[in-house]
Write a protein that binds this ligand. Structure first.
Ligand code: XIL
Length: 461
């Protein structure tokens, strides 16, 4: 009797151990930018435009890779308040809903900026009038999105390039130096939970402009003006990542603010070639590594998803290819470099960009079959087959239907993250000679209405 009970308990413990193994969060290296950043306590975002969301590759790349979204133009003053006190948030609302549905943090961009500013604002010449228009804009816009915005770029680009002087905007001319702190106070009142940032370009390294921003943040902190973060836009050119970027971020962090890389892109003279793309990959790696070295650098956002829709060619004629995905949504070497710098695993199955990477799809193929089924579940089997070269290990990535759970898995070692199950070999079926195969099997619990087969991709090394 006692022996039988022990056997039952033993089997139960084994089953429990298998279930626990399946339910544990992924310990395998992450396969997307967002996952890899999340594993370091950060987010990896992209600017996105509502006008492109209907393009399925655009939306699916955004949803797969990024866990933070910045509306590229939809929250700017000329869009949200084109005439005085008449607000239109419809495009921004759609992006916000999309981001929420995909658990992405949202960066509000931007409340006060000299550019993309409607004429009625630039035409105001009385201090009281402009202050009241600015406060109203902030209170209505930040109020509209209150509770949904993780970070607001409250004021954008208020300093001049090449000097520490204030930019000559209508706000500066008509209200004076105090307009920036007035904007931050109004934003805090409208959305007390959003982190409030000052955002600018060419403040990525230490220079006269970033020194001026530094002095402003120091002053705000000393006087209790609400500011939580500084955004370094990081619109960079090939081979020119400032060598003191990390030191610059560190000095801002030491003032007690978070540091965000908000609009990262690294442009080159077009057309691109493999040597420029390799330099760019190294540049992205430098930026990501600098951020990771600073604990208060918590956000990295690229200014667009695909080179196809980047703002660069329109703004800097003859330059482009600045982002992580090419015109056809293929991962560029810079993508792999960024992912690797984040501690993720580049060259995951489906990456056509990098022959020779672990996981290059040329090295293995895989086949899925359903081997049994019943009213509340099914068994599946995946067979991984080496191509013309031997492999020392393989990975299968299974995306499960919603509500499905893997109840057991044998001859493979699974880790689960959301609905994605990454299966690695057990020690005895890792090495495969050319053309040889290994299989693993599993049981899926699925309600009868949701018995879809998983989609499976494989890679080998
Ligand atoms: C750019 C957008 O990407 C373009 O679509 C638009 O035509 C102009 O603005 N710094 C910023 C961003 O803070 O708002 C700018 O975005 C790029 C430079």
């Amino acid at each position: 009797m006692r022996k039988a009970l022990t056997a039952v308990l033993g089997a139960g413990a084994l089953l429990l151990a298998m279930l626990v193994a399946v339910a544990l969060p992924a310990s395998a290296a992450a396969g997307t930018l967002g996952e890899a950043a999340a594993a370091t306590g950060r987010v990896f975002g992209a600017a996105a435009a509502q006008g492109h969301m209907g393009e399925s590759a655009y939306a699916s790349t955004l949803d797969r890779e990024f866990n933070q979204l910045t509306p590229e133009n939809e929250m700017k003053w000329d869009t949200t308040e084109p005439s005085r006190n008449s607000f239109n948030f419809s495009a921004a609302d759609q992006l916000v809903s999309h981001a929420q549905a995909h658990s992405m943090k949202i960066r509000g961009h931007t409340l006060v900026w000299h550019s993309q500013l409607p004429g009625w604002v630039s035409g105001i010449s009385s201090r009281d009038d402009l202050l009241s228009a600015m406060r109203n804009h902030i209170s209505k816009e930040a109020g509209h999105f209150a509770g949904k915005i993780a970070y607001w770029d409250v004021v954008n680009e208020a300093f001049q390039d090449g000097s520490g002087a204030r930019r000559d905007s209508v706000f500066q001319r008509v209200i004076g130096d105090g307009y920036i702190e007035e904007a931050f106070r109004a934003a805090r009142a409208a959305d007390p939970n959003a982190k409030l940032c000052y955002n600018d370009y060419n403040i990525d390294g230490q220079n006269a402009k970033s020194n001026a921003v530094y002095a402003m943040v120091q002053d705000f902190k000393a006087r209790g003006v609400p500011i939580d973060c500084v955004g370094l836009q990081a619109h960079l050119t090939l081979g020119n990542v400032p060598s003191d970027m990390q030191a610059n971020m560190q000095r801002f962090a030491a003032l007690g603010v978070d540091v965000h890389i908000t609009e990262l892109d690294i442009r080159m003279n077009t057309p691109s070639d493999s040597s420029k793309l390799a330099t760019q990959a190294n540049d992205y790696k430098k930026v990501v590594s600098a951020c990771l070295a600073v604990s208060r650098c918590t956000v990295i956002t690229v200014w667009g998803i695909t080179d196809k829709y980047s703002w660069v060619p329109d703004t800097f004629p003859g330059e482009g290819a600045a982002l992580l995905f090419d015109d056809n949504y293929n991962k560029k070497p810079a993508y792999d470099a960024a992912l690797e710098a984040l501690g993720g695993e580049p060259g995951d199955p489906g990456d056509p960009g990098d022959p020779g990477d672990p996981g290059d799809p040329g090295t293995v193929s895989c086949a899925y079959t359903r081997t049994a089924q019943w009213s509340t579940g099914f068994n599946g089997q995946v067979t991984v087959t080496a191509g013309s070269s031997a492999i020392s290990s393989w990975t299968a990535v299974m995306t499960m239907g919603s509500g499905q759970q893997i109840a057991a898995l044998w001859n493979g070692s699974p880790t689960t993250s959301g609905n994605v199950v990454t299966v690695k070999p057990v020690n005895w079926n890792a090495r495969l000679a050319p053309g040889a195969s290994a299989s693993f099997g599993f049981t899926v619990n699925a309600s009868s209405g949701n018995a879809a087969d998983p989609s499976v991709t494989c890679g080998g090394s």
